[in-house]
Design a protein around this ligand. Sequence first.
Ligand SMILES: [Zn+2]
Ligand SMILES: [Zn+2]
Length: 733
Amino acid sequence: MSETFVEVVLDRSLARPLDYAVPAHLLLHVKVGARVEVPLKNVLKQGTISAIKHSSEFLKVRPIARLLLPEATLSPALWKLADWMSHYYAAPLQKVLKCFFPPNVRKGVKQKQLQRIALAVPKEEALLHVVKNGPQTKLIEALAAAKEPLPLAELLTTLQISRSPVETLAKKKIVLIEAVPIADLSEEEFFQTRPKSLNKEQEECLAKIISSLESKQFASHLIHGVTGSGKTEVYMQAIQAALEQNRSAILLVPEIALTSQTIERLRARFQQKIAVLHHKKSLGERTAAWDDLLKNEAQIVVGARSAIFAPAQNLGLIIIDEEHDGSYKQSDEAPCYHGRDVAVMRAHLEKAVVVLGSATPSLESYANAKKGKYILSTLSSRATSAPMPKVQIVDMKTACDKAGGFTHFSEELIEALRQRVEVGEQALLFLNRRGYRRQQMCGGCRHVLKCPHCDLALTYHLSSNILSCHLCNYQRETPRECPSCRSSESLEFKGFGTEHVERSLHALFPSIRTLRMDRDTTQQKNSHEELFMQFRAHKADVLIGTQMIAKGFHFPSATLVGVLNADTALNIPDFRSGEQVFQLLTQVAGRAGRSELPGEVIIQTYIPDHPILALAAAQDYNSFYASEIEERKLFSYPPFCRLIKILFSGEDAAATERLAQSTCSKIQELKPEGAEILPVLPSGHPKIKDLYRFQFIIKSINPRVLESIFPSIPASTPEILVKIDVDPLNTFF
Ligand SMILES: [Zn+2]
Ligand SMILES: [Zn+2]
């Protein structure tokens, strides 16, 4: 009888897979994609079976110790997807596999409990026991503000604090941590809604998707629908069609904050269990959702990027809402995958239908539709009778001249705001910078106060009266004197953020009610939802926010959108800047006048003649696409070539740059055909968290060539991290 061996990829080792023998009692259970525990030297390690074979080149092969959760085995299609990702994104298989299992399932635990935390003593008393302004203070304040116990894992993520300060508080009996079985948490009930009637364009679009679903073959669709054109209703009826075939559906949304809005709609329509997967959910909740999917007790998945790995059974449909959104790309760690591209590959492997939707499709997706690779549907009119908003561009140079100095608000915007407030309508004001003042500098010696760990100026926050680094969260008090020349009179602030806008607005309209939505005001759990509900309930006249407010939120009585400074992103030297600004402005403008009331948009800028602004003002995607694609062709950028960005970061600037340089020369010597290797440069953020960053870009018209380059890229060491970013979102940062 021939023996059976398996190759196992260990979770924490970058070396190649190791061989193990399969003991007789496990013979029927070993499968590629199964989780196992195996001996390595004197300890047990966890890993995933990557191959099954009947011989091993090694003489002494130790047996597998045990099988972890047999039901956690990846399906053959998901295993192929992991394998594809590992090759395509040049990422070690074990890092890719990490995406496919919730953390405790990986460890073989199927605990489906939710830990919740609450204050055990009054807030004032609790605060006596902790260091002022430390992480524990943040925690106590969040708990005091909540009316009921909060899920612990989620709270730690939002507050960005570790577990140990919380455990210290629990030991001192200042907070109480309780574990509740997830099944005991009641789900809210929603009154059932019926499918809405569709207009002709929506109907045609849905018919095409249903026909693909009926063919049981892979197909990809792109819905280009103007803001407010009723894409969501098409998604819901497509999901209905998949469910009728007894197939499951995954719906990805770009922002976790949007999931609750989406889940509410889906629950009301389908009255069934919905698996919600994103990293803010507790481990127990994620495991429960994952388990429901495996047992086919849930057939609808909603989540952010990582939900694309959900083990949905008999998958029929994947929908990527706002497919152009940058949050679908994982950029901070390997694998640097794009959720949309993984979705297309998964649909291909599972013979499912993938639907990408956007008012401003990415150039890549639209080019695919033009080439006939994607089936294109256009929704050109709004689903309600609401007309598209009227957009006006205002020159801020003139506005500031008229005001006799800097102002956030042009006369046009002030007048429009006044009218709205008078008739009881609402306005959104958009500025892509949070905080009060952008930086503090010395007028005498021009010294700028920077983060000691990053190459970035510190932003001043008025509410907390601190300077803070927006890259690493470092905080300090404002100095009394210039740290460089010791002058105590010449420190001044430059630039403005959302906090300042809010104050200035109150100075202009003393009785105006405002809400602010940016990373500072949305730290706590559900704060997005709460701000959103308050604004919808008309508890404020104006909502001021960063790009958060541009994403998919629906505010029925907001009829005015003011973009305070449209220029910031246009100054970033990246091939995608124009596209990103066009997308952002169109999306923000799309928030205006979604119901019966007509909308108005005012875009303020110092470069009023910029062509992108005119195209965004006209909401003319087709002209934008035509001009942008010409430029990409001319300068050879995606979709006309593929890019890889290789980033080196290390504490020793010289050594890091040397490794970048030598890698770059090594690849140049290979003379890869059809590829261009750009020189090594410091990254747009040259230093983050004490690590110096250098990078170079490889451009190639031949995707095969890129794979031949991968072996020349060194692996990360403890001293220097090497990150390979295939299809990077930007080439500058
Ligand atoms: Zn100075
Ligand atoms: Zn910093």
